[in-house]
Design a protein around this ligand. Sequence first.
Ligand code: AP5
Ligand code: MG
Length: 189
Amino acid sequence: MAYNIVFFGPPGAGKGTQAKIIEEKYGFKQLSTGDMLRSQVAEATPLGLQAKDIMDRGELVSDEIVIGMIEDEMNKAHHVKGFMFDGFPRTNAQAEALDAMLKTRNEKIDLVLNLQVDDEELVERIKKRSIEEGRADDTVETFKTRLAAYNDYKTVVLPYYEEQNIVKPVDGMKSVDEVTTDIEGAFFK
Ligand code: AP5
Ligand code: MG
């Protein structure tokens, strides 16, 4: 039986970092809507051109676009132990669409990891990554908008899963290795 996890947390919390580690170690499949959108932007596809300005401002891309991308990727994936949704869902419509897609596979979201990191630490990580990777939305201004968006959508998405009793807090302030150990503890419990 598949086991599906949502990685939830603010920009720079370590969702992608941890999802990649767990993917390598255990064979789960990471589905990052941010990574998918960035590759569409890099390839200058019609979808990428539509998303670019919105992403550069740090706002949310339409539900239709992100749900469609997730659906395509889920349909392509066979024989995975489960999905790790990174940066998705961010709205109630996305959360409901995700449940509906999983239901057609007789699956559900089993665990939501709520990564928690102080705002000051997030800013430091984003500044560092902007030098290392040059991500277009890693500017101080856009980061503020991304963080504000997160503070807004977390009041919708977290309660959706809290009602199901599947949210586990993870202290994302620890080192990368320590966070991985805590995540393993959360899903092997
Ligand atoms: P997305 O790509 O999802 O960005 P985000 O949520 O802002 O998150 P980040 O990728 O910045 O952070 P992360 O938590 O993955 O941290 P990371 O592991 O990289 O979304 C980008 C945009 O796309 C959105 O603004 C929106 O426009 C659009 N979008 C995406 N999904 C959407 C959706 N569902 N609906 C609508 N629009 C959507 O770590 C950050 C840095 O910190 C790295 O340099 C890393 O090396 C370092 N680090 C990680 N862990 C640690 C640690 N424990 N200690 C020290 N450093 C650490
Ligand atoms: Mg990420």
